[in-house]
Design a protein around this ligand. Structure first.
Ligand code: TYD
Ligand code: MG
Length: 451
């Protein structure tokens, strides 16, 4: 047995120090340090290394399909055996529903343990019955003790262990009265150890705090392999799964689901789900094609420009970076003669989605000009392009793909950067290629919409 060396763990931030202090040196919380024993100076047998040569069989096996291709694409092709996935999201968004669907799918072929600390077995059973789910290999347990859950998963040789949720878990390795954060971290570490020692994959549900991070301090995110967030706009039936960390795949993919009366259904072609425009074109509104999230999405942007009443002009942006909007205002002031210094400016991405790419520069400027002039843009117009500080319209990646998707959704006119102009426009579509912001504004507001 290795000798134990005390360390002091902060119940507030989970940080460790070697000596006791009244105040945690990391987060500044008072009286939050509690003693925990860690093994010291172990001189056990040396660890064994495995030579890594191309084609070596290192175990691990194939990825598990979750039964939801939208989830698999976000994960980078399915669940990696031995990996730990943290799924975060607001209460009621559908985390338990999604994971029950995944559990039942995987359980058709491999043993699965679904441990719920929030619902009774009867409640989980009711939901499963409502969704028409069930499989011999799916073991459901209502349990909050981490060690008991791990023992059960080991006994059933589970290929997948689902823990709903990490906030309800307790580790008996921790002294009674250990702070919530310490428990959270210890339980997560035990689940990670379990996954890495065997080949079971573990999916952990984590509640999101008001600040939007999983379980307050980001201390769980670095322990796990993959962090997924389940998001939705209030009142919408659509759900988006986004990876913010993934050791086994890209992080920019989005997965789309719709909540229905019988569980979550994949949305395989989400291009237009955020498009719900008024039948009459309105001033300040424009549609753009974003490719943030791995595939083209048509999104409506809205701008409202209003004469400032008092004080400093306001610049408010929902769903996109307000600093970039401020930069665009300077560009159109200097290079297109649109002065908005004495106006409040509001920009909004409809559907509550966040856009983090520069292709919306041009459509935002067009929406601002449309609101300022109180002149609606043609309903069948779509635009994308980046703006430079000298007023030039710069190309963006995936130009052809964006145009094809817009055409598929029935848009007839596109305003695009000159360097994105296709050799041949998609059939039934007129493509205007522009080189400067002034040209773009002239094209959008002086050309009669083609009939
Ligand atoms: P749930 O999976 O319990 O959310 P979470 O685990 O993230 O807290 O989802 C609960 C919501 O989903 C609840 O408001 C009811 C709704 N729902 C449906 O609309 N259809 C369904 O088939 C199911 C099971 C739930
Ligand atoms: Mg739940």
């Amino acid at each position: 047995m290795a000798r134990l060396n005390p360390v002091f763990v902060c119940a507030s931030c989970g940080g460790e120090t070697l000596k006791w202090q009244g105040q945690c040196p990391l987060c500044g919380e008072w009286n939050s340090l509690a003693e925990r024993h860690a093994p010291r100076g172990r001189t056990g047998p040396a660890a064994a290394a495995v030579s890594l040569v191309p084609g070596a069989a290192l175990g691990g096996g194939e990825r598990l399909g979750s039964g939801q291709s939208e989830l698999d694409r976000v994960l980078g092709g399915g669940v990696v055996p031995g990996s730990v996935i943290l799924l975060g999201g607001d209460p009621g968004i559908g985390k338990s529903t999604l994971l029950l669907q995944v559990a039942a799918h995987v359980a058709a072929a491999r043993p699965v343990v679904y441990a719920s600390g929030e619902e009774s077995v009867a409640q989980v059973g009711l939901r499963a019955a409502r969704l028409g789910l069930g499989a011999e290999g799916l073991g459901v347990v209502a349990e909050t003790d981490c060690q008991s859950i791990l023992a059960l998963a080991a006994a059933r040789q589970a290929a997948l262990l689902i823990v709903d949720s990490i906030q309800t878990l307790q580790s008996s390795a921790m002294p009674a009265g250990a702070g919530a954060v310490t428990q959270l971290r210890e339980c997560t570490a035990e689940l990670v150890r379990f996954a890495k020692q065997g080949s079971a994959a573990v999916i952990i549900v984590g509640h999101v705090t008001k600040e939007g991070a999983i379980a307050g301090p980001k201390l769980l995110e670095h322990l796990v392999d993959t962090v997924l967030y389940f998001e939705s706009e209030a009142g919408s039936r659509y759900r988006i799964v986004r990876a913010t960390k993934n050791r086994f795949g890209a992080v920019n993919e989005l997965g789309f689901f719709a909540m229905t009366g019988t569980g979550l259904k994949e949305v395989k072609n989400p291009a237009a789900i955020f498009l719900a425009r008024a039948p009459q074109p309105a001033a300040g509104s424009i549609v753009t094609v974003t490719r943030d999230g791995g595939r083209p999405l048509l999104i409506e942007l809205q701008a409202l420009v209003d004469r400032m009443r008092f004080g400093a002009p306001r610049r408010i942006a929902q769903g996109l970076d307000a600093n970039r909007v401020a930069m665009l205002l300077a560009v159109i002031n200097r290079h297109a003669g649109l002065a908005l210094q004495e106006h409040d400016v509001f920009v909004n991405v409809v559907g509550g989605i966040q856009i983090a790419e520069t292709a919306w520069d041009l459509p935002v400027v067009l929406a601002l000009a449309s609101s300022l002039k109180d002149a609606a843009l043609p309903a069948h117009l779509v635009a994308f392009g980046e703006l430079g500080l000298t007023g030039e319209v710069r190309p963006v990646p995936w130009g052809d793909e964006r145009l094809r998707e817009a055409q598929a959704q029935g848009f007839k006119v596109a305003l695009v950067p000159r360097d994105n102009a296709p050799r041949k426009a998609p059939s039934g579509m007129v493509v205007h290629a522009v080189g400067t912001v002034a040209e773009a504004l002239a094209a959008a507001f002086t050309r009669a919409p083609p009939g």
